[in-house]
Design a protein around this ligand. Structure first.
Ligand code: COA
Ligand code: AMP
Length: 638
């Protein structure tokens, strides 16, 4: 089929409110919007102002009411525990309604925050939906973050309750979550009234008297007594969730997502971008702790009446590089969405793709990649081995859905390797130079998006109005600054090349080098430090630390390195993947004292670099090169 992309994008561009108003008809509203777009509210306007709705109702109850209660809603597949389970929409409704009742009994009401710190189990999705049902605002924290990161989020979100589990299970390693949770609550200034804890057989935990509630017992009791909750009407503009994402400091940014616009945008993408029909199975092999997990493990598929897969495993090692094909076969997955790093891991273990033939992939239509740059070699490998379209699309926590992509449901246009497609309807994407002037096609610059952001775009940062404006809106007035650099070519294809801030992308995980530097600098023997993202063939980038010890510290470099690695792991978490720190005598700086991280990164990558004009002492670059050479760390990429 020929692509309807151009005409669809043009239809949006000529009448954005009409376009989204039409898309909004796919959502069940309790009260319709007064205006599809209210340009006078919020920092840049608000979508579906005046409407009331409930996201859980649209994800769950309306399908049951429409006679689809027996359809599959959620499939749990856990190679790390050997368990699988399936929930119909009716069963999902029972679980979510009972949990919402438990939460309400613990005092959680509309507008209250609830932190969710869970592994990839169905109860993580139930918890999100139960909050949505009550109009409470959830904030999911990725399980790979350590106590300190969790505490920072608890402090900022000030939750009334926390929902967690006794443990998470990584291949070959059980992570006791409860001690991390208890430590985080101890550290934070805000104490939740209650914690609802899912006890897992692999590693149960002790519960704190009076504070902790056993998830299974409480939900079971509510179900037995036939107790549930109604879907509480909220304003379309009320927050559905806060999702913290890395910023330039150790204080993460709380991205706020609203209810109405979010539903409209995600529902639209399910049919038009991903090409799914209700009743089909969609699988986002991500984690509920990331935005991809929010949008496409939980909300998107369920809004569309699709089945969604909650996979507690990895692309390799659980048990082998055929894991993804097995899940696609067993659950009749139609579209898989994952990060390119997962495919690089599979390709490394099974370069010929030999395991693919062992499985029946007859239902599988499309592979979607996002989260980091898709290198052409990975895309070509996937195209050749799967003989199916491989679609790269680009998005951010801040938007909640793809800013650029290739809409399969509208008929995909030909893929250009290295490009995550063209702007999606809703996004007027431009490339500007540092002075805010638009550059010619093919010229590298700052990627920005003309305001307003479309439905689902974040209206604010939680508790951080000034930061919201300074980080996103002030640099290029009238535009949302994405902090990505790239180009748009003559044909309108977008290419994302790099971040313009100190964020690095490790295995599709967005991490702040600034946050790692804050942790390293807290070590008593460290005078100063810098962290850069060095190229890595598997994970895209890996953090690489440089440290200058205090005069007279008298410590062995290897000992200090180990202590710093441990410190980052214990403060930020294993997900930081911080494994290497190199001792240097001095850090290269500009005359005004700015550390030249970009140049250090180029040295580490073995890439060509120019000596920055403003450098204070060029000899330091030679010292950096020598320190990396001595450890054989230049251009390692693996
Ligand atoms: N809870 C606790 N720890 C976790 C965790 C979780 N939910 N997820 C990851 N970790 C730990 C890992 O065990 C690892 O610990 P280690 O240093 O002791 O080995 C560390 O965090 C780094 O994890 P990761 O970067 O994921 O690397 P990995 O070596 O475990 O796996 C891949 C490599 C490629 C298989 C894996 O990164 C992957 O599947 N990535 C997909 C990325 C993705 O889904 N991104 C989301 C955006 S779409
Ligand atoms: P996150 O907010 O965690 O989703 O990370 C968003 C960042 O990941 C973006 O700003 C990009 O730097 C990067 N990113 C996401 N998707 C892509 C993609 N398809 N191509 C290149 N970079 C991407």
């Amino acid at each position: 089929m020929s692509s309807k992309y151009d005409e669809t994008y043009a239809a949006w561009a000529s009448d954005p409110a009409g376009f989204w108003g039409e898309a909004g008809k796919a959502i069940d509203w309790f009260r319709p919007a007064d205006r599809v777009f209210d340009k006078d509210s919020g920092a840049y306007g608000r979508w579906f102002a005046g409407a009331t709705c409930n996201t859980c109702y649209n994800c769950v109850d309306r399908h049951v009411e429409a006679g689809k209660g027996a359809n599959t809603a959620l499939i749990y597949d856990s190679p790390v525990t050997g368990q699988t389970a399936s929930y119909s929409f009716a069963e999902l409704q029972t679980e979510v309604s009972a949990l919402a009742h438990v939460l309400r009994g613990l005092g959680v009401e509309k507008g209250d925050r609830v932190v969710i710190y869970m592994p990839m189990v169905p109860q993580a999705v139930f918890a999100m939906l139960a909050c949505a049902r009550l109009g409470a605002i959830h904030s999911v924290v990725f399980g790979g973050f350590a106590a300190h990161e969790l505490a920072t989020r608890i402090d900022d979100a000030a939750p009334k309750a926390i929902i967690s589990a006794s443990c998470g299970i990584e291949p070959g390693r059980v992570i006791a979550y409860k001690p991390l949770l208890d430590a985080a609550i101890e550290m934070s200034g805000v104490k939740p009234d209650h914690c609802v804890i899912l006890q897992r057989d692999t590693l149960p935990c002790d519960l704190v008297d009076g504070r902790d509630v056993d998830y299974a017992d409480a939900v079971q009791a509510a179900k037995k007594a036939g107790q549930g909750t109604e879907c509480v009407p909220v304003a379309a503009t009320d927050p559905l969730y806060i999702l913290y994402t890395s910023g330039t400091t150790g204080q993460p940014k709380g991205v706020v997502r609203d209810n109405g616009g979010h539903m409209v945008a995600l529902k639209w993408t399910m049919a038009h971008h991903y090409g799914l029909a209700p009743g089909e199975v969609f699988w986002a092999a991500s984690d509920v702790g990331w935005v991809v997990g929010h949008s496409y493990i939980c909300y998107g598929p369920l809004l569309h009446g699709c089945g969604t897969v909650v996979y507690e495993g990895k692309p390799v090692g659980t048990p082998d590089a055929g894991a993804f094909w097995r899940v696609i076969q067993d659950h009749k997955v139609v579209a898989l969405f994952t990060a390119p790093t997962a495919f690089r891991a599979i390709k490394k273990e099974d370069p010929k793709g030999a395991r693919i033939a062992a499985y029946d992939l007859s239902h599988f239509r499309t592979l979607f990649l996002a989260g980091e740059r898709s290198d052409p070699a990975t895309i070509e490998w996937a195209q050749e081995k799967l003989q199916r379209p491989v679609i790269d699309h680009w998005w951010q926590t801040e938007t909640g859905w793809a800013m650029s992509g290739n809409p399969v449901g509208l008929g995909a246009f030909p893929v250009k390797l290295g490009s995550p497609g063209k702007p999606m309807p809703g996004y007027d994407i431009r490339v500007l130079d540092d002075d805010g002037h638009e550059v010619a096609p093919g010229v590298l610059g700052n990627i920005v998006c003309k305001l307003p952001l479309p439905p689902s775009g974040f209206p604010m940062l939680w508790n951080a109005e000034a930061r919201f404006r300074s980080a996103y809106l002030e640099e290029f007035p009238g535009f949302y600054a994405t902090s990505d650099a790239g180009i748009i070519d003559e044909d309108g294809h977008v290419f994302i090349m790099a971040r313009t801030d100190d964020i690095i992308n490790v295995a599709g995980h967005r991490l702040s080098t600034g946050a790692m530097e804050e942790v390293i600098a807290s070590h008593p023997d460290i005078a100063e430090c810098a962290v850069v993202g060095a190229a890595d063939t598997m994970k895209g980038q890996m953090p690489l630390g440089f440290f200058v010890p205090n005069d007279g510290a008298g410590r062995r470099a290897a000992d200090l390195e180990q202590e710093l690695v441990q410190l980052v792991r214990s403060k930020i978490g294993a997900v930081a993947a911080f494994k290497t720190a190199v001792e240097v005598m001095r850090l290269p700086k500009t005359r005004s004292g700015k550390v030249l991280r970009g140049t250090m990164q180029k040295i580490a990558d073995g890439a060509a670099f120019k000596i920055p004009a403003a450098i204070d002492d060029p000899a330091i670059l030679t010292e950096i090169e020598a320190a990396l050479n001595a450890r054989n760390l230049i251009g390692q990429k693996a």
